[in-house]
Design a protein around this ligand. Structure first.
Ligand SMILES: Cc1cc2nc3c(=O)[nH]c(=O)nc-3n(C[C@H](O)[C@H](O)[C@H](O)COP(=O)(O)OP(=O)(O)OC[C@H]3O[C@@H](n4cnc5c(N)ncnc54)[C@H](O)[C@@H]3O)c2cc1C
Length: 381
């Protein structure tokens, strides 16, 4: 097994790092405090080809693997998680669209995501739902040549900024198999009856947009069905595999950032007349963070590499997500600890890292759900 990057991959890493270092540090705190999204930097990132680089060339993408998307994600998050999330989440759902969408749907949307002309979101989670997506309550009923959608979704990424949202709905309530009664429907956000409310007061990732959406008799053409009717659950599972890998990359990026903050701060801070990093207790923290980051990264590299070979390993992805998220939270916590009281103040980046890290154990599957997925898919029961 060869662990070296190709020249092209190294160039992608360098370019992503340079872009993030040039654009994020001066504005990250402001966008965190104001909970707002920076369209200017997003458009710049699109222009430079960082957004949706896994999308096929015929839709104006660079057609790299998902692994390369993870490399960009890790670099962006290593500079600032909030900004990284705001920019790279603008294509959330394009993975489903790319694989299952019709040619017309792909031609309409994918080039616009890459060029910074449109944003997409996916609406799966429901306010009263549980992890079992076979119990989602939002419905889409046929009426003539239209779908009529009713229900509500929460934690929808880009819910107030997206032009299109892929909505997971029950399209065939009569089907005795709940597994086969769900589908994704493409809904333009300017359709009458679509209402979105930004979720404010989030602990972290505040520069990105998350919303609640309600659908009241939202009518879209039957042609807005994505893929085959009844295949929604299969599509969700495929989507979650991909998303969880990008969360691994986010987590490793965040952990690297925490390590950097801890290393720099403990070099400069003097206590008892010597730099803080000369104490063995500090060195142990740094050593353990470094070890965990290497282990986390190797776990997700293997899972991402397998996915690009068409051999997605659901148990490995679940293990990687659970471990990478835990690593990010551990590193953010330890980095804050090295800063003492200063780490508690938002002028110090570690405070933001600490807040941003927690969601990694929640979104796209809580850590408990990852363990359950891991156990079931690894055949441990
Ligand atoms: C910032 C943010 C972004 C998000 N982005 C998206 C998105 O892009 N798309 C989307 O659809 N959703 C998104 N979500 C929603 C997220 O995926 C859910 O919040 C998450 O899956 C947990 O669901 P819940 O909040 O309903 O918690 P619940 O399902 O109510 O879980 C509560 C607790 O119970 C535990 N639990 C539940 N069932 C079991 C069980 N059987 N055994 C043991 N423990 C259990 C859970 O692990 C958790 O700790 C986002 C959430 C946040 C905060």
């Amino acid at each position: 097994m060869d662990f070296t990057f190709s020249r092209e991959q190294q160039d992608i890493i360098n370019a992503a790092r340079e872009f993030a270092m040039g654009e994020f540090p001066d504005v990250a705190l402001e966008f965190d405090r104001t909970e707002s999204f920076n369209r200017k930097i997003w458009k710049k990132a699109c222009k430079l080809g960082f957004v949706g680089l896994f999308i096929e060339e015929k839709y104006e993408g660079a057609e790299y693997g998902f692994f390369e998307h993870c490399l960009v994600t890790e670099e962006f998050w290593a500079v600032d998680p909030g900004m990284g999330q705001a920019i790279l989440s603008t294509t959330l759902g394009s993975e489903i669209l790319s694989l299952f969408g019709s040619e017309d749907q792909k031609q309409l949307i994918l080039p616009r995501l890459i060029s910074g002309k449109a944003i997409v979101g996916t609406a799966i989670t429901e306010p009263d739902g549980d992890w079992d997506v076979t119990h989602a309550a939002t419905t889409a009923a046929r009426d003539g040549n239209e779908w009529v959608i009713n229900g509500s979704k929460t934690f929808v990424p880009n819910g107030t900024s997206a032009e299109y949202v892929l909505v997971y709905c029950r399209t065939d309530p009569e089907n005795p198999s709940r597994e086969k009664s769900y589908s994704f429907i493409l809904v333009p956000s300017d359709t009458p009856g679509y209402e979105s409310t930004k979720i404010r007061g989030r602990l972290g990732l505040r520069a990105s947009d998350t919303a609640e959406i309600s659908f009241k008799d939202v009518r879209v053409p039957l042609g807005n069905l994505l893929g085959k009717e009844g295949d929604g659950l299969k599509e969700v599972n495929f989507y979650l595999d991909i998303l969880r890998l990008s969360i691994c990359a986010q987590a490793v990026g965040l952990a690297r950032s925490a390590l950097k903050e801890a290393t720099q701060y403990t070099q400069g801070r003097h206590l008892f007349g010597v730099p803080l990093n000369t104490f063995q207790a500090t060195q142990f923290k740094i050593a353990e963070m470094t070890t965990r980051i290497r282990a986390a990264r190797n776990l997700y590299y293997e899972a991402a590499w397998l996915l690009d070979q068409g051999k997605a390993d659901r148990a490995l992805i679940a293990m990687a997500k659970q471990y990478c998220a835990e690593t990010a939270i551990h590193c953010a916590d330890e980095a804050l600890q090295t800063h003492g009281g200063y780490g508690y103040i938002d002028e110090y980046k570690v405070q933001r890292l600490y807040r941003d890290a927690k969601v990694l154990e929640i979104h796209e599957g809580t850590k408990e759900m990852e363990l359950i997925t891991d156990v079931v898919n690894a055949g441990l029961t």
